[in-house]
Ligand binder design. Sequence first.
Ligand code: ATP
Length: 364
Amino acid sequence: HDREQGRDAPIALELEGVTKRYAETTAVDDVSLAVREGEFFTLVGPSGCGKTTTLRLIAGFESPTTGTVRFGGEDVTGVPPEDRDVGVVFQNYALFPHMTVGENVAYGLNFADAPGGIPDERRVQELLELVDLGGMADREPDQLSGGQQQRVAIARALAPGPDVLLLDEPMSALDAQLRERLRLQVREIQRELGITTIYVTHDQEEALAISDRLAVMRAGRPEQVARPREIYRRPDTRFVAEFVGDNNVFAGTVTAIDETGARLEVGPETLTVAHEGDLAVGDEVVFCVRPEELRIDGDANAITATVVSAEFLGETTRVHLEWQGCERERKRKRELLVRTRDPLSGHVVVGFDPDDAHVVDVLE
Ligand code: ATP
C-alpha cells in the first residue's frame, strides 16, 4: 500500500542553498532540500554525485562553503556533530571489535548520557530486540554475519535516541540476498520508531524499494525529488529516466498534432505519443518508454526490429532489439529493450500505447 508518510508533518531538517567546494571540485552545488519528520528520504545517484558529502554536511562532519543547514527550523550550520541529534551508520559497520554486541550498543547510550557511567542493561536489551538481535548481547562482532553487524551498528546509532538517523550505503558490503532482507528490516525499524531517516545509496532499485521520497542526484545537485512511483513513471529529465530502471530513449521531431496525440518522426518510423499539452509542430522531443510497456505485436506504434540478445531474469526476459530509430547508444548498437515472458527471435514487431510514452525533454 502507498503510505503518505510525512506529507503534512513538520519539516525536520532542511538544506538551503548549500554548496561544498574542495579546491577545484564542487561536491555539492547549491542544494536546497527539506525532509519532513518521520520521512525516509534517500539520496541516490552515480559515484561522485555528492551523496556522501551531502550526508556529511547534515551530520556536521563537514561544514558548507556557503548555505544553511537547519534542524527543526533551527540553524545548526556551525554546530558540531555531537551536538546535533543524529545517529550515523557507515558502510563498514565500524563496531568496536574488542567489545561485545551489548557493549557496543551500551557505548552509544553512555555517549549520550554519562560517559563512563553504568550502561542501562534494559535499554540495551530493548535496542537489540528492536533490530532483532535479542539473544546476541554477549557475542563478539566477528561472530556475527555482515547483516547482523550492521544491525548492531544501527542499534548503537539509535541508542542515544537521536531525532535523525543517517545511513551511508549501509548495505553495500553485503551480498544481494542479505541486502534485500536488511532493507526490509531497516524500513521496519524506521517505521516502528517513526524516525526521520536520510539514506545514501548508489543502488536505484534499493532507493525505490525503501524510500518515502528520493532525490536523484547528478553532479552535486538533486535532479528530481519525488516519491518512488513518480520518479519511475514521470522522470523529469533524461538523466533520471536512464538512471532509474531500464528505459528506451527516443528522439524525434513533431510533424503533426491532433486529438490522438503528437506525431513524431523517429528514425525510420512515425510514432505517436500522448500530447502533454506543451508540444508544437517542429519541436525536437526526447521521450522514453519503459521496456515493460513495449508489447509484442502491439498495433499502436508498431516498430519492426531484430532480436540481438536475450537475458533470462526468471520472472521476465530482457530482450535487446536492434532498431535504427532508437536513441540509446551504448557500447551496443542502437537498441530497444523489451521485457517479456515469451522467447523471441528473428524479426519482431513491438508497439506501445501513446500514453505510455513519457516526454523528458523538448528542444524548441
Ligand atoms: P560515491 O558513491 O562514490 O561515494 P558520492 O556520490 O558519495 O560518491 P561524494 O563522496 O560526496 O560522492 O563526492 C563528491 C565529489 O567530491 C567527488 O568528486 C569527490 O571526489 C569529491 N570529494 C569528496 N570529498 C572530498 C574531499 N575531502 N576532498 C576533495 N574532494 C572530495
